[in-house]
Design a protein around this ligand. Structure first.
Ligand code: MSP
Length: 612
């Protein structure tokens, strides 16, 4: 069967972080899970590059929207490559094929009579790119909204209220876990308003199809973005469209409404089949606060994986918290989980098996006599695999893993119970090891979607092929003729917290500090220097005189945004000539390596005020 598995396409105003990695790991897990079951899976991910939010971010960085989007999009791509994510296509909404497909879809909706022209009056949340009627603050993210009054094209969402309710009544598992469905139904039942789907107050978006002859409008970023799921398959007639007959979209709870209401309504309008499942996950928080760039509490998934391993991170994220609920991330919890489950339970089982296989049988384990000695244990332990499929169908990987670990715990308990090192009967030792090897071999296929790198190593150790056909065979009969078990170093070494070295701080005397002359000044004008993409030329008024200061902040501030702002600057720094310009001071800023923010007094002060 052909299936589409997709991640949301990521906004390029944010570099990839652990929250994005989580969404992607879930989709990657589903791809591997279904592939092993013989399905043909098309795994789609990419970046969402249009809209006001991106245009504003680009401006802040002094780049064109496309330059800026290209930079961040490349970050996402390289992050997924680092994690060996098995995506089949990486879409960018600035791709010309996508642009054409969106215009085509717009034209079709128009022909359908689902689009009309009117005026939008109400509020808009730029951060969520969401129309929020009359709210001063966005009901989703609590940020201040802006008031809009614009000519706009509207989509007749109100007409789809009944068809949507009918769809969800007929497809109770369309939203998984099902516990996330009631919020959607409540929203639809409250009544749907027509949706504004074009904007005129900025330009960074897809233009209407030329036949509309209305060049000042760009298409609403959510209509543009959602259509990626079909444009990537060659909408309208591409040969890959078959994958869309069975689509699973992985989405975070924050974007459920867009996917559960707008998207199926658009699909109905276009005469396309609706998705099979929305797999909805919760948020990773840090000490209870959602990870986000604006709060500055983001965790870099790549860094964590470089320090502690890719598979331990994936395992932790998928095992620790029931999918659909929020979870708090900490390195301590990651290490605890990885050491207990991966190093102790699974790692030890493998070490015991390979150790004894070599001690007694030079690595070669025959399974012919397992049933003769261990029929009952085999029946009990292999029954533990049974609930796994249902857990994955319900998008509950934590339950799937919890049950899978019962197999490893059971096998460890069996070894502890029978103490093969005390046994005299070699045939029985062989049968016990044969049983453990068979269980581990079958389990390897179940581990693969979650910890693919380690499952590959396990497959090599046990001599297995991680392919659908081999999986089918082992499901029917886990007793291969013989396992030739390779000697192996521990698969999951115990992890220890890497303490970041504390930067040594040098103390200085008060007298030294008093040598610094730091003053408040007001930025009069700012110029970008042609020769440098880092430096801005600031003219700053310190009351007694205006100084020229060069500052390496061009990547963080667009010149215009600084004019009129107060800043703090060290003014008795030796003047320095850079790029032919004499710089007479240094503006102060706070930086965490990634972000940078200029320092200013909390309330406006007279220019020239001293800082002590
Ligand atoms: N561009 C839209 C999606 C359009 S899809 C047609 C978008 N992008 S996003 O970059 O803001 O978010 C993408 C995904 O990352 C969402 O599923 C979101 O839930 C997820 N996460 C972002 N921060 C997160 C956490 N802190 N925790 C878990 N996932 C979160 O929305």
């Amino acid at each position: 069967m052909q299936r589409l598995v997709s991640t949301p396409i990521y906004y390029v105003n944010d570099v990839p972080h652990l929250g994005h990695a989580y969404t992607t790991f879930i989709a990657d897990m589903l791809k591997r899970y279904y592939t092993l079951r013989g399905h043909e899976v098309f795994f789609l991910t990419g970046t969402d590059e249009h809209g006001q939010k991106i245009a504003l971010s680009a401006q802040k960085h002094g780049l064109s929207p496309l330059e800026y989007a290209s930079q961040i999009s490349a970050h996402f791509r390289s992050q997924w490559d680092f994690f060996d994510i098995g995506y089949d296509h990486f879409i960018r909404t600035t791709d010309s094929a996508h642009v054409l497909a969106v215009q085509r879809a717009f034209a079709t909706m128009l022909e359908q009579g689902d689009i009309y022209k009117g005026t939008y009056r109400g509020s808009y949340c730029v951060s969520c790119e969401s129309f929020v009627a009359n709210h001063a603050r966005c009901p989703d993210c609590q940020r201040e909204t802006s008031i809009l009054e614009e000519e706009s094209y509207f989509f007749r969402l109100s007409q789809y209220q009944e068809p949507l309710l009918e769809f969800y009544a007929k497809n109770p598992r369309a939203i998984l876990p099902t516990s996330r469905a009631p919020e959607v139904l409540r929203f639809i039942e409250q009544g749907l308003h027509d949706l504004s789907i074009t904007r005129t107050s900025f330009e960074w978006g897809i233009k209407l199809p030329p036949t509309c002859k209305d060049p000042k409008h760009v298409i609403y970023v959510w209509l543009d973005a959602l259509l990626n799921y079909v444009s990537a398959l060659g909408y309208p007639h591409g040969e890959k469209m078959g994958y869309f007959n069975h689509a699973i979209h992985v989405v975070g709870k924050d974007i459920l409404r867009f996917h559960a209401i707008y998207w199926p309504a658009f699909l109905m309008s276009l005469g396309l089949p609706l998705f099979k499942h929305l797999c909805v996950h919760g948020w990773w928080t840090i000490e209870g606060v959602k990870m986000s760039k604006s709060i500055g509490n983001v965790i870099n998934a790549q860094e964590v994986a470089q320090n502690y391993g890719k598979d331990p991170l994936r395992y932790f994220l998928l095992r620790e918290v029931p999918l659909g609920q929020d979870g708090d991330f900490s390195l301590e919890a990651l290490l605890r989980r990885s050491n207990a489950d991966l190093s102790n339970t699974l790692g030890n089982l493998l070490q015991r098996l390979s150790g004894m296989a070599w001690r007694y049988f030079e690595g070669r384990i025959e399974s012919a006599q397992v049933l003769q000695h261990y029929a009952q244990d085999y029946a009990t332990l292999s029954a533990l695999f049974e609930p796994l499929e249902a857990s994955m169908q319900e998008m509950q990987p934590h339950k799937y893993l919890e049950d899978l670990w019962k197999v490893f715990e059971g096998a460890n308990a069996l070894i502890a119970r029978d103490e093969p090192w005390k046994m005299r009967d070699q045939a029985k030792i062989m049968a016990l090891l044969g049983l453990v090897a068979a269980l581990l071999a079958k389990a390897t296929y179940y581990l693969y979607p979650v910890i693919p790198q380690s499952a590959r190593k396990l497959a090599d150790i046990l001599g297995l092929k991680l392919e659908a056909e081999a999986f089918g065979r082992i499901q029917e009969n886990p007793f291969l003729d013989a396992f030739v078990i390779a000697k192996t170093p521990p698969l999951f070494p115990r992890l220890e917290l890497i303490q970041a070295p504390k930067p040594k701080t040098q103390t200085i005397s008060l007298k030294d500090f008093q040598k610094l002359e730091i003053r408040v000044g007001q930025v009069v004008s700012v110029e970008k220097l042609e020769q440098s993409d880092k430096l801005l030329l600031l003219r700053v008024d310190f009351g007694d005189r205006v100084r020229v200061i060069l500052s390496g902040i061009a990547k963080h501030y667009a010149p215009k945004t600084l004019e009129g702002q107060q800043v703090c600057a060290l003014v008795n720094l030796e003047p320095r000539k850079m790029l032919g310009v004499l710089s007479e001071g240094m503006v102060l800023s706070a930086g965490d390596g990634e972000h940078l923010s200029l320092i200013a007094p909390l309330t406006p002060m007279k220019n020239g005020s001293a800082i002590s």
